[in-house]
Design a protein around this ligand. Sequence first.
Ligand code: GLY
Length: 338
Amino acid sequence: MRVGVVGGGIVGLAVGAELLSRGADVTVYDPAPDGTDGAWHVAAGMLAPGGESVFEFPQLERLLDASNELWPEFAGALGDVGYDAAGTLGVALTADDVTEMAREWKHQKLTPLTGSQLRELSPALSPRIRAGAYSPTERQVDPRRVVSSLRRVLDGHLLRRHISDLSQVDADAVVVAAGCGTAELTGLPIRPVKGQVLRLRGEPGLLTHVIDGAADGRHVYLVPRADGEVVVGATQEERTDRKPTAGGVHDLLRAALDLVPGLAEHELAEVTVGHRPGTPDNAPIIGHFTGNVYVAAGHHRNGVLLTPITARLVADLVLTGTTDSIVDDFTPGRFGCA
Ligand code: GLY
C-alpha cells in the first residue's frame, strides 16, 4: 500500500516509521524535512500522563497511560534518544501552591513528601519548598533526538514539499499529521496554543529528576538532560505570534530560580516559542476522516507522550481498517466535521 503522510513532525515521522516497518510504501511530505520548525523542537519531552492529565477526562488519561507504557520499547528501538526513567518530583513553594498541587498528587495517588524528604532526593531544591511528591512513572525523553533518529529510519522516504491541498498527495491512503496546519487541510478545529520554553546550560548533575512545580502560583517544569542542559517550560497562551516576551521569560525564570536557586549560574542558552495544536476538548484527533484520509493531530500538551500509541493506532487503521477501541473517543467525527 502506498501511504502519504503529510507532516514531518514527531507524530508524522513516527506514523511513517511504523507504517514502513509493517511493509507499507511510505512518503512523508514536509516543507522542511531537515528543519526545526515544529512543536517537537520546542518541547521539553516530559512524559507526564498524570501531571498533564485532565481530571474530568478519564478516557484521555487511559490513552496517556497506555502510550507511556509503550515509551521504553519505542525509545529502545530508536537508540539513545535521552530516555530517562529517574522520574518526576512534584514540588510546591507556598502553602497556596501546596493546596493546588496536592489535588493533582492525590489524583495520581502519590505519597506526599516533606521539604526535607524532597531535598534528600534532590539537594538542589530550595529550602523554602514546603511539600511535594515523587512520581516514578513520569519520565523524560529528548524530542530533538527522537526526531533525528526517526528521520534516519525514514531516510529516502522524506519528501521536501508543502502540501496545500490533499489532492496533491498521490497515494492509496493519506495521513494528515500536520499539527496546527491540519486545520487548513481538513477544516478540523485545531488552534495554535503558544508556549515559550527556555534552555539553560551548566554543569551536569545539579538536577537528577524532572521537576514539576508551582512557585507563588507560577507553574514551571524543569527537565534536566545528562549533558547539563535544563529545559524550563512553559507558558500557555492563546496566541498565534512567535515572539518571546519579557513577561513570559521572567515568569519562567522566576519560578525556576525560586525552586532551584543554583540555576542562577546557568547560561540562558535558548528562548524558543512553539505552538501546541489544541482542539476544542484539548484531546487529540486520531482516526479515519473521510475517503482514504486519516488524521493524527491536535495532541496539544501531549504530542511527545502520545507519539508511540498514535503511530500504532494509525498504522492499524490504515493497514487493517480497525484498531483498539481506546481510540473511539478521539475520532475526527466527534467535532462533526468528517
Ligand atoms: N507538555 C508540556 C507543555 O505542553 O508545555
